[in-house]
Design a protein around this ligand. Structure first.
Ligand SMILES: *Cc1c(COP(=O)(O)O)cnc(C)c1O
Length: 394
């Protein structure tokens, strides 16, 4: 990939150093309010808030520097930065549906996307059909006359299943259906849904964009008209914009996004190679692995994979899974991913112990996130996990 365009966006775009005493780093504009010298200027700001500083629930200079960069990275016209990835999903969907509409979503989308489809939207007479998005036909066949939205997540952050984004976008465009893709996994450095014809790209900025496990935020990118529509309604109504300080932290995180992803990609390759050699690893799901079931599609629409993948442990008891995870000294057991620290999350943490059935491989699934540590440091820690399980078995 030509990296020059990324450097210019990350280091320069949206910044106006002359306006803040040539400070290299922009200030945190920690202000709720902006004043006017003339009634005419005030009137024009009140008439249309989209391109002016009036009140920080709308535009704020620190947020705007960030949103310009994020839009450019996504190859989108505009972006909004909000308080969480879940919030980004919620307002992007809400802005594009009305009572009586039907949504098609990929199976097992991010938890809070699923809960919105299952628990919130039915109260407003909006129904959702979940389909296996690995086959575009399943999406096409689920389309009804009242389908207004197709919701995608590629790759999925648990199963790592992909959808052919270009093919889905073509089908949707021919039927006037809006497409949304959660692109948290790949980031615009490794996949740009908008270039493939998707209308709205979403990311949890909590993950790679900020990258330091100290901010929860989300981003929505799309055409100017679409972003303006969301800004003037859901964004301002919910007051969902991120804070100036969080925007400033994400700006700081963004400066190192390319180097972090490059490092994590290399380390992940080493960790995956190690795992594939372990007898206790039944299988691995990692889109960039040549054995991955959709490896060809991954190669076609993504230029990189990064740190998140899952593997199935070959063990018989829930206690073995627990031992494996608890034996590690450095890798932390936690939700989320995309930060500096390696993380492990067993599927059994999300279910009652008594429900464990070793015959179901998904119960033995471990989600792993490779952070910024050295490969040897992570592999040594994983070895502790395997040893804990091996001692038990002999
Ligand atoms: C974490 C995550 C989200 C939600 O983002 P938050 O910032 O935690 O609200 C959405 N989609 C995916 C794939 C995620 O991993």
């Amino acid at each position: 990939m030509d990296e020059g365009w990324v450097s210019e966006i990350i280091n320069e775009l949206g910044e106006n150093r002359d306006a803040y005493l040539n400070a290299v780093t922009p200030p945190v504009f920690q202000t709720s309010n902006f004043s006017f010298h003339s009634v005419e200027d005030f009137r024009s700001a009140l008439r249309d808030e989209t391109s002016t500083f009036l009140y920080s629930r709308g535009n704020n200079p620190t947020l705007n520097i960030l949103s310009k960069k994020l839009a450019a990275l996504d190859h989108a016209e505009e972006s909004l930065v909000v308080n969480s990835g879940a919030g980004a999903i919620f307002i992007a969907v809400l802005a594009n549906i009305k009572s009586g509409d039907h949504i098609i979503s990929v199976e097992n989308p991010y938890t809070w996307a699923r809960k919105m489809f299952e628990n919130v939207l039915p109260r407003f007479n909006v129904s959702t059909t979940f389909v296996d998005g690995r086959d575009v036909k399943n999406i096409e066949e689920a389309i009804r006359d009242n389908t207004s939205l197709i919701y995608l997540e590629s790759p999925n952050s648990w199963t790592f299943y992909l959808q052919d984004l270009e093919a889905v976008a073509q089908i949707a465009q021919s039927r006037n259906i809006i497409t949304i893709c959660d692109n948290s996994y790949a980031t615009p450095l490794y996949q740009r849904p908008i270039d493939l014809g998707i209308d709205i790209a979403i990311q949890s900025a909590t993950k790679y964009l900020n990258g330091h496990s100290d901010v929860v935020a989300g981003v929505i990118s799309g055409k100017r008209e679409m972003i303006k529509k969301i800004f003037n309604s859901e964004y301002l109504n919910l007051g969902i914009g991120t804070t100036p300080f969080n925007a400033w932290l994400i700006l700081r995180g963004l400066r190192t996004l390319p180097v972090r992803l490059e490092r994590i990609s290399k380390t992940t390759d080493a960790v995956v190679k190690f795992l594939k050699e372990q007898p206790e690893v039944e299988s691995i799901s990692f889109p960039m692995d040549s054995d991955f079931e959709q490896a060809d599609l991954a190669k076609k629409q993504m230029t990189g994979g990064c740190g998140l993948f899952s593997f199935i442990l070959r063990v018989a008891h829930v206690e073995d899974v627990e031992k494996f995870c608890q034996a590690m000294k450095h890798v932390l057991m936690a939700v989320s991913w995309g930060g500096y620290e390696s993380l492990i999350m067993p599927a059994v943490a999300g279910m009652e112990k008594g429900e464990f059935d070793y015959k179901n491989p998904t119960h033995r699934r471990i989600r792993f996130y490779t952070g910024l540590e050295e490969a040897g440091y992570i592999i040594e820690d994983l070895q502790r996990g395997f040893e804990a399980v091996r001692v038990k078995n002999c």
